[in-house]
Design a protein around this ligand. Sequence first.
Ligand SMILES: NC(=O)c1ccc[n+]([C@@H]2O[C@H](COP(=O)([O-])OP(=O)(O)OC[C@H]3O[C@@H](n4cnc5c(N)ncnc54)[C@H](OP(=O)(O)O)[C@@H]3O)[C@@H](O)[C@H]2O)c1
Length: 286
Amino acid sequence: MDWTINGRSILVTGGSSGIGKATAMALAASGGCVTITSRSASRAKAAAEEIRQATGTSVSTLVVDFASLESVRSAAARFVDTHSELVVLVNNAGVVKGSVSRTVDGHETTFATNHLGPFLFTSLLVDLLVASAPARVINTSSVAHTYAKEGIVFDDLNFRHRRYKFMEVYGHSKLANILHVQETNNRFGSRGITAVAVHPGVVRTGLGSGGDSFLVGWAERLGGRWMRTPQQGADTIVWLATEPHIDTSEGCYFEDRKPSRSTHHARDMDQASRLWDVSTRLTAGS
Ligand SMILES: NC(=O)c1ccc[n+]([C@@H]2O[C@H](COP(=O)([O-])OP(=O)(O)OC[C@H]3O[C@@H](n4cnc5c(N)ncnc54)[C@H](OP(=O)(O)O)[C@@H]3O)[C@@H](O)[C@H]2O)c1
């Protein structure tokens, strides 16, 4: 079947603001049946209403907190119960925390929110993706994955024994986003799933400002007035969701609609496979 998102079911996490909202807006305008997620029903509703007013298309909402494995299980179950297909999953929700904190499950918050939660969410939706194949998984990663100089630190995933340096912690989680798509392709490519990761550029959003005053303005200082708009940041994600054929022969990490160079850690299939196994164990239900 030719690839089209017109009338097809699409799920964009972190669709209440920033890059996720701009992605959902563009995909809804292209005819997709979009669901957005947020931790807050009212933020999700407000974003859905803004998208409806701008595009004339209704968007559904799903409440989920990626920092809680129980919340992820419950949201995935609600989605599966109410949808018979899913052709594009955009794992976009993310945070950067200025200091160490732990989730209800005891994991470091940035790693849990940016990797473990989305990993579990994708795993719980993978049967629906396979049943809807061809289907795509798009992870919003970042050039910040280059800060993970040692690769995935398997003996200290939760930053219990190292000094907390926020860009290293964030970069580690964004490296995990790329390894997640590498291993998804390895395991599910033959079943019709194409998984890709994206660096959206340095984008003017609320990232880092959620109650974390230490971080307010860090991205601004980094990117200054050259920062992209959320719409510009969403461009490659939207392109990967809508383009009839995605060529991953040169890699599955994209920037500006082209494969981009990632670190050797991000291309290390042993790390990808090991991270998959460890993440499966860390997200297993009791
Ligand atoms: N901005 C940049 O320059 C840049 C660069 C590279 C990569 N990225 C990546 O782009 C993605 C989107 O970020 P953004 O820049 O658009 O920032 P943003 O405007 O702050 O958006 C973050 C989104 O994630 C959601 N979110 C945060 N914590 C969550 C949690 N615990 N559970 C569920 N949802 C959660 C937020 O929803 P609620 O608060 O409504 O729950 C919000 O919709 C992130 O993965 C980020 O790492 C951004």
